[in-house]
Design a protein around this ligand. Structure first.
Ligand code: GLU
Length: 298
């Protein structure tokens, strides 16, 4: 008997589903279907400032319209603060208050982490300077050379990965200056609470994975399998998002939107006549494509 498979799609409700987010949704959905597994939907709406009213409902409606039915109830991060608080408290020995502003961190010139944020220089590691108030709470990462400083994992799409937490990321935020729980904490707590075994998402989150694995180890949570699929870029080479000019999907032509996303993932399909046919063919094509993974760089 094979182990149960639980996958998920975890959109931030900052706008409607677009061609880029559909690719991530489709990859996670197909991987779950190909394994006879469950596919969960989680709305990542803890960052109230970025949440657009009605966007979550619109995303769910679009998924249904495209024939992507999730299993169980949709989980909303905005209703789970207690879970995140508990995990944060469990990490007490590893966290510290930080009074630095973004500008001060940028000025330290330690460099830019892979995700574009500045590497934290550790200014508040040994206590806040006199007169400084706590803005955020950070998690202490191990020093270079200490065990767990180097996180390795095998990405199902991208192949072997390695990240040095101290030099490439630095101590990272768990509770933000605006009071919100950081994405890294919430995602780790939720993936574990929902029993997620496979995280299939866009490659823009590849750099976050080492942090998430480190948190899982500290919280004694299992590490799921990870697959990061290529992200759709606009003509400027930026990840497609509402901010970078992604257009809403044309829901009058659901098959076209689906075929475009499948094409992008490298699935070759005969022109489908119905949603059912699309999903059946796409699942078979996905199983075939999966046998060619990982796609190691040439
Ligand atoms: N909420 C994140 C996003 O929309 C995805 C998080 C994840 O899949 O881990 O980019």
């Amino acid at each position: 008997m094979t182990a149960p498979y639980i996958g998920r799609f975890a959109p931030s409700p900052t706008g409607a589903l677009h061609a880029g987010s559909l690719v991530a949704a489709m990859a996670s959905y197909l991987d779950a279907k190909a394994h006879g597994g469950q596919w969960l939907v989680r709305i990542e709406d803890i960052d109230v400032a970025r949440t657009v009213t009605g966007a979550a409902e619109q995303i769910m409606e679009t998924l249904r319209h495209l024939g992507m039915q999730w299993d169980g109830d949709v989980v909303w991060q905005s209703r789970r603060h207690d879970l995140y608080r508990r995990a944060f408290e469990q990490l007490h020995d590893y966290t510290y208050p930080c009074g630095c502003t973004r500008r001060e961190i940028a000025d330290s010139r330690l460099g830019i982490a892979a995700d574009g944020a500045a590497v934290y220089p550790g200014t508040c590691r040994n206590g806040l300077a006199p007169g400084r108030a706590a803005r955020a709470f950070r998690l202490r990462v191990p020093e270079p050379g200490q065990s767990e400083e180097t996180i390795r994992f095998d990405d199902l799409w991208m192949g072997p990965q390695i990240q040095h937490l101290a030099t490439e990321v630095g101590d990272f935020v768990l509770k933000r200056a605006d009071g919100y729980w950081a994405y890294q904490l919430a995602v780790v707590v939720d993936d574990a609470a929902q029993g997620v075994t496979h995280v299939v998402r866009g490659a823009d989150l590849l750099d976050s994975t080492a942090r998430q694995i480190y948190l899982q180890r500290l919280l004694q949570l299992p590490t799921p399998a990870y697959m990061h699929v290529p992200v759709v870029l606009n003509s400027e080479g930026e990840k497609l998002s509402k901010q970078t000019g992604a257009r809403e999907l044309d829901l009058d032509q659901p098959l076209e939107a689906l075929v475009d996303a499948a094409d992008f993932l490298g699935l070759s399909l005969a022109p489908p006549r119905s949603l059912d046919q699309f999903w059946n063919d796409a699942t078979v094509a996905w199983e075939k494509l999966r046998r060619t993974l990982p796609k190691l760089p040439a």
